[in-house]
Design a protein around this ligand. Structure first.
Ligand code: ADP
Ligand code: MG
Length: 498
């Protein structure tokens, strides 16, 4: 990171003591001369221009998304999206009955859950879950150590199973495994780990079937249980939402990262032609698009390119870097840093903390955008507490504009992505999408907590589809779809016929 130079603004600035303000709840509007803010205006105008997503841009993005989906279904390794087959061809119907478990591993916490399903009438009779954090050292240990830990926690959870939960006679407990790491799936209940991500560096797992790893660990723990479905979080979300609503066709996660999946007809998946599944009955399958990898036609700026270059995966996951929670705050920080350096937005020099990557989080920019007070007190407090910046009222207004520009672009592009998927389904499949009610199930902390993001996404969908068609497309927030979804898939793929 380069040293922060003094602002290049000419003229005298009445600089206020920059370290003097205690990090209290209130930060008074500071008398930084507003020349800096006025000078920031051209940068803001230029930023707005480069991030603009008028209808023609949205259309290009939606079309490009549809084209990349098609290319990814045609062949692996081409220009298209990864379009990973989930082998999930049996979706929950609502008729599932019995006791099922789920295990969700996708970060530094994992969740275990049990659910008693009562069929069409009873639905979810009871459910319980528990969250466990993974000890740091196990993220760098061996496969056996990690999976033994998970299986032993699971065993303790199973021991606490009360009378309200009932396993049918002669049945082993069955579990759905949500595993959100790159996996090469070979069937609905097996998949080879390609590599660990998200800070995990467990030795000996890559190249192995993660279902076998878990089944073996459960056996070592004396747990009489087995995995009947292996899925990622997006697929589990779709299954969970579909259980309640037959019109769910697409699921999107907008959290730290982003992904989307949808229900596809197998006869429009050319790359499936080779190793066709043995039974001829499979006509539908959930496809995991890995849409975070999308990169065509996006309105990007120097700030996006610089952030990408500095990332651990330059050139990859460009859509994710433009629309997901991990990055929105960081894009804003980079813009504010440029404004601070070249226009003295926060006084004579940029505050030191503003130079540190990822200091400003997406929840921070979200909180700033919720500030409706006249003097933008919350904005001032966050700028002071988080990046050590003292701000005039007009600087705060500029900051909010920057946040809004980046969030508007993100939400609208996510909306264009959703329409791209729907468009592809409508055009190539026998799925009637626009002529009837179709539900897109949304999940993830970004979507759940950021009202402006949600609104921009919905606006883009409505603009793209027009007032009539958009009435049929329901963008719906699912609550804890993914946890229960994996248990439902365990049920739908049960070894014991229902
Ligand atoms: P993950 O994607 O890691 O599984 P979540 O779906 O819970 O986890 O999403 C967490 C992400 O959601 C955070 O990284 C953050 O970007 C975003 N987020 C969380 N809380 C808020 C908030 N209050 N406002 C805006 N974004 C938020
Ligand atoms: Mg998640």
């Amino acid at each position: 990171m380069s040293a922060v130079g003094a602002g290049t603004v000419a003229g005298s600035l009445s600089v206020v003591c920059r370290r003097g303000c205690p990090p209290g709840r209130r930060s008074p509007v500071v008398a930084v001369r507003s020349g800096g803010v006025a000078a920031a205006a051209p940068i803001l105008t230029q930023l707005r221009g480069k991030c603009a997503t008028p209808l023609p841009v949205l259309r290009r993005v939606a079309d490009a998304m549809a084209a990349d989906i098609r290319a990814g279904l045609a062949a692996d390794g081409g220009d298209g999206l990864p379009m990973i087959l989930s082998y999930v061809d049996t979706l929950p119907t609502g008729g599932e009955k019995g006791l099922f478990y789920a295990l969700d591993l996708g970060g530094t916490n994992f969740r275990v859950l049990r659910v008693q399903l009562g069929g069409k009438d009873g639905r979810v009779i009871d459910t319980e879950f528990q969250q466990v954090s993974i000890p740091q050292e196990l993220m760098f240990g061996t496969t056996e150590e990690l999976f033994d830990f998970i299986a032993s926690e699971l065993a303790r959870f199973v021991e606490k199973e009360g009378d309200r939960f009932q396993l049918r006679q002669e049945m082993k407990r069955e579990i759905g495994f949500t595993f959100s790491f790159p996996v090469k799936q070979t069937s609905v209940d097996s998949g080879i780990l390609i590599k660990w991500t998200k800070g995990f560096a467990v030795s000996g797992t890559a190249g192995r079937d993660v279902v076998a790893c878990l089944n073996e660990a459960m056996e070592r723990q004396g747990l009489n249980m087995h995995v009947t479905a292996l899925v990622n979080d997006t697929v589990a979300t779709l299954a969970g939402a579909r259980y309640w609503d037959d019109d769910v066709m697409v699921a999107v996660i907008l959290g730290t990262g982003t992904n989307a999946c949808y229900i596809e007809h197998t006869d429009v998946i050319p790359k499936l032609q080779g190793p066709k599944p043995s039974s001829g009955r499979m006509v539908l399958q959930i496809i995991n698009t890995e849409w975070g990898a999308f990169s065509n036609s996006l309105p990007l700026t120097e700030f996006d390119r610089d952030m990408d270059s500095a990332s651990i995966n330059p050139g990859e996951q460009i859509f994710e870097k433009t629309i997901s929670g991990m990055y929105l705050g960081e894009i804003v920080r980079r813009i504010l840093l440029k404004m601070a350096n070249t226009t003295a937005l926060f006084g004579v020099s940029a505050p030191e903390k503003l130079c540190t990557p990822f200091t400003l989080s997406t929840p921070n920019i979200c909180a700033m955008q919720q500030d409706e007070s006249d003097d933008l007190l919350t904005v001032g407090t966050i700028l002071n507490d988080v990046v050590g910046a003292q701000s005039s009222l007009s600087a705060r207004k500029t900051v909010v504009e920057v946040c809004d520009t980046i969030v508007e672009r993100a939400g609208r592009l996510a909306g264009a992505g959703v329409v791209g998927i729907l468009q592809k389904m409508e055009q190539d499949s026998k799925s009637l999408i626009f002529g009837k009610r179709t539900v897109v199930a949304m999940d993830g902390g970004l979507y759940g907590h950021y009202p402006q993001y949600r609104k921009y996404l919905q606006d883009a969908v409505t603009e793209l589809l027009g007032p009539e068609t958009s009435k049929n497309v329901v963008i719906d927030h699912t609550k804890d779809g993914s946890g229960i979804g994996a248990a439902l898939l365990a049920a739908a793929n049960s070894k014991y016929a229902n």
